[in-house]
Design a protein around this ligand. Structure first.
Ligand code: URA
Length: 246
């Protein structure tokens, strides 16, 4: 990759028009390798470059991949109807990255309900979104489910054998299911139907009282990522995703 001017690097990562990007640099908001650079025309090799804007590290990347610990009381829509959007938890440049193919800014890879917490991936890589969301690719998603009534061995067996939901005669099965404690079920699904966990649990006569996604593929929500916090996905995280199959 050819060296790029710092203002062009910022532009490519969604920091606004070239004029806005030049302004950020001139005002001393941008550091490279720990030192403030106030010349928008200075050239840098973008590959492997991490720059800092107002305290946040930005690894230069053609595509952005991140994880968010979704808190309860947020919607995964850009235009939420009732609750605040998860997109308000992200810095603006992630939402305004220049359009790549059909995707403008980062988008959630699938959605979680308003009251569901846990691991959510976001990216502006349309192919990645497709691959991770497609039922054909069987990417396992692990849910920690708090239920209202005590879990019986029969409930676990029925979820593993498959239950019929109201919109499809074909039964849906859990890829894995275990009772962690009397009211805590760990359920692994490879599909992402609307309200799937809640509907599957209801179909076996119980009720979801709390829902948290703890893992996607081989990627586990880090314990030190608090609700509402986000983090870049590392190359190792992405490799875990590519390797994942149920
Ligand atoms: N299943 C649900 O019912 N809700 C979610 O948010 C995710 C999976």
């Amino acid at each position: 990759m050819k060296p790029l001017r710092l203002e062009d690097i910022l532009f490519s990562q969604g920091f606004g028009t070239r004029r806005v990007c030049a302004g950020l640099v001139q005002q001393g908001f941008v550091s490279v390798a720990g030192a403030v650079c106030d010349d928008p025309g200075e050239f840098f090799q973008p590959e492997g470059l991490t720059f800092t804007v107002q305290g946040v590290d930005w690894p230069f990347a053609e595509r952005a991949y991140l994880m968010l610990h979704k808190p309860a009381g947020t919607e995964c829509s850009q235009k939420p109807s009732t609750w605040p959007s998860i997109y308000t938890l992200l810095p603006a440049p992630l939402r305004t990255r220049p359009q790549k193919a059909a995707v403008q800014g980062v988008q959630a890879v699938g959605r979680l309900d308003q009251d569901t917490t846990g691991l959510l991936l976001l990216t502006d890589d349309g192919k990645f979104i497709h691959r991770m969301s497609s039922p054909k690719h069987h990417v396992p998603k692990v849910y920690e489910v708090t239920v209202k009534h005590e879990i019986t061995p029969d409930l676990v067996e029925r979820l593993l054998a498959g239950v019929v939901l109201d919109d499809d005669p074909k039964p849906v099965k859990a890829a894995a299911c275990e009772a962690v404690s009397p009211l805590h079920l760990r359920l692994t699904l490879t599909e992402g139907k609307y309200h799937q966990v809640k509907r599957m649990v209801a179909a076996v006569g119980n009720r979801v009282e709390g829902l948290h996604r703890s893992a996607i593929g081989g990627l586990v929500l880090p314990e030190d990522l608090a609700p509402s916090q986000w983090r870049w996905l590392s190359v190792a995280d992405l490799a875990l995703m590519s390797a994942s199959k149920a």
